[in-house]
Design a protein around this ligand. Sequence first.
Ligand SMILES: [Zn+2]
Length: 382
Amino acid sequence: MELMGIPGPSGQEAAVRQYLQSVLEPVLPKRNWLSTDQAHRKTDPPGEVGNLILKLPGTRRGTRRLFSAHMDTVPLCVGCQPERRGKYVVSADSATGLGADDRAGTAVLLATALRLLSSDTPYPPITFLWTVQEEVGLKGARHVNFQKLGKPRWGFNFDGGDAAKITIGATGGYRMAITLKGIASHAGGAPEEGVSAIAIAAMAIADLQQNGWHGAVRKGRRIGTSNVGVVRGGQATNIVAEKVELEAEARSHDATFRKRIVKEIEQAFRRAAKQVTNTRGQSGKVEFEGRLDYESYHLRVNDTPAVLARSAVSSAGLDPEIAIANGGLDANWLTAHGVPTVTLGCGQMNIHTSAEKLDLPAFHQACEIAWSLATGEDPNEA
Ligand SMILES: [Zn+2]
C-alpha cells in the first residue's frame, strides 16, 4: 500500500528507491550488499536514479538466482491513493491508475528479501534487482550494470496479472519517429503552391490501414502489430501545413516479419510524399528514424527457469499457465544479457488504466511462489 502511494513515473524513481533502501538498510548485516548503478545516465532523457541491486551471498551453496521487478509506473498513476476494497486494492481517486504495475512486483521482491533475512530457512545466493524506466522501453534492464548482479543463472521477473501465469517469451518492439516536411503557403491565397504535410500523413496512414499494415497485421501465417500512436503538426487553418511529426511502433515475435512491417510503414510514407505535389512539381520530404526497443525472446517450456516456475506455481496449489507476451518485459533484456528469465504474475489487473486494481489473494500467492523459487533446491540439470 505504501509503495503504490509513492509517485514515481519513469525517470523519477528516486522516492521509490529511497523507500526500498530505508526498509532494507536497517536489516542488512552488511551495507554493501545493497548497491545502485548508473543506468539512468545512459537513457535519453537521463533519469533521477539508476537500478537498485541487493546481492545476498546465501546461507547454503547453490546456483545464484535473480529476482526482478520495475519501480516506475505509467504517468497515470501519479497521485494515486491506494485503498482496500474487499479482496482488491484500488485507487480512491478515480482519475488515477493504481500503480500495482509494478509496485506489486516491487513488493513481492521486498517481502521475499525481508523474509529470507529474518528466517532460518537456508537459501542459495540470490540477487534482487529493482529496475527503473521499464514503461518507456525497458531502459533500466537494458542498461543494468551487469557486473553488479553476481552472475545469476536464472531470472524470475514479477510483473503481470494472474499468479498462475508464467510468461516464457515476449514480442520484440521497434519504435519510429517520422518527420514529414511539406511546403507552407497561404491556404486561401495560394494553396496550390503549398505541399501539405498533413495530407501526406493522412494518405500514408490510410494506405497502411487499407492494406492491412496498421493495427493487427496478419499476412499468411505471419502476425504482428503496428500503430501510429502520435501525430503532431500544423499551425493554423490558413496555412498549408509545413511539418508533421509522427510516432509509430511495430511488434512481432518474428524479427523478420517485424522488419517487414517497419519497411511497409516507411514505404507508405515515402509513396504518399511523392503523390502530394505543388504546381511547381515540388513534393515533401520524409525523415524516418527508428530504433529497436527490445528483441523478442522465447524460452522453451523445459528450460530450467520455466521448469522451476512451473513447480513453484504448482506447489502454491495453482495450475501453471504458460504464456507469450505481446509487450516487452524487462525479461527481454535480462534474457538478452544472458540470464534466461521468466515473468510471473503478482495480481495486477487492468494495468495502464484508471480501473487498475490489485487482486490481493493473487499477490499473496505470488509472494509464496517467490519464496519457493528463492528457497527451492537446484534442479538436476542434464
Ligand atoms: Zn509492468
